[in-house]
Design a protein around this ligand. Sequence first.
Ligand SMILES: *Cc1c(COP(=O)(O)O)cnc(C)c1O
Length: 418
Amino acid sequence: MKTPFVTKPQLEEIIRTYPTPFHLYDERGIRENARAVNAAFAWNGGFKEYFAVKATPTPAILKLLREEGCGADCSSLTELMLAEKCGFRGEEIMFSSNNTLAEEYRLADRLGAFINLDDLTHVDFLEQSIGHIPETVFCRYNPGGVFTLGESKEGFQVMDTPGDAKYGMTRPQIAQAFRELRAKGAKSFGLHCFLASNTISNEYYPELAAILFRLAVELKEETGCHIGYINLSGGIGVPYRPEEPANNIAVIGAGVQKKFQEILVPAGMGDVKLCGELGRFMLAPYGCLVTKVLHFKHIYKEYAGVDACAADLMRPAVYGAYHHITVSGKEDAPCGHKYDVTGSLCENCDKFAVDRMLPALERGDLLVIHDTGAHGHSMGYNYNGKLRSAELLLREDGSVDLIRRAETPEDYFATVVW
Ligand SMILES: *Cc1c(COP(=O)(O)O)cnc(C)c1O
């Protein structure tokens, strides 16, 4: 069972000022979760979570996370600009990009960000772009092949294919990159790797950590380079479906600690600082898309049309992703009716749910589409002339702030050269 963080009376109050659809974020949930993440890794003195900005590039959210001690993980010019505008400075910024532009490296360097190289050829390209090699450089590793974790007791499996992913360097390349970087003046090194997305398993981070810790020990022996940082990147998932088990960040932190004690400490590398670049885990459950039921249609199936569409949340349309839906005020009503919940795009994939059992719907019902806090509003687009919705923040004291207004037709026309 999934319970919304906002009640029907609260929503009715909110829509008097802010019409649907909108994304609503929960300050309390965001802060409590960020504190739990930091507590889980507090055993590592240097730990820092760099929030993956692409998941929710909204200044009010980024500032909240900064207050909780998080940094910003950026991968484009405008994300770097956004991080700077939100007050992130120097090593509070991680720049993990791929297929990078020279101007992006220049801004990352000017901000004093940690730079994470995605490819061996970028050793020279970085030097040409910024005129020198920074003292600390990260390199992204790709072990290739297939990555699997055995089934958890709940029956969930993790499987991904790094061998098909465009990111990172091979094992020989990463040793080569370290040597070249050191010859050009780098003194301290970071290792980064992202193996699987949205993992529902407390084993993912510890497994990944073990791979990176062993690699770090080998690279130190092979190259003599000092490895100061290990970046476990993103990938810890959230249970989008009510029947999925939630990850336990305290268990995950303890699992990584065990690998740290087993692998790094005996190699004399107990001073390594850990980083994360979590996006989804930091935000997804603490945002929802609120939309109103507009129309019903009975043809070969039952359709409920709402005022949001895939332009507000594209994951169901593009990935067939499941997002749980509750009907505000009918959270405990029996789900005895089957609907396709649709937006208004001229694309048949514009459905938030297919064959979903819900309580009987009425016009004007407010639907809460869950877990849209990450990769929700941020993936919005303007197809069919649709305007992106507003973003609101539910404060800890129960008040609501507008943190991004809805787009207007003027925004839609702003880039046109008539
Ligand atoms: C997308 C991304 C993340 C965040 O991934 P989540 O699945 O949201 O945790 C972290 N690092 C990099 C480099 C990414 O591209």
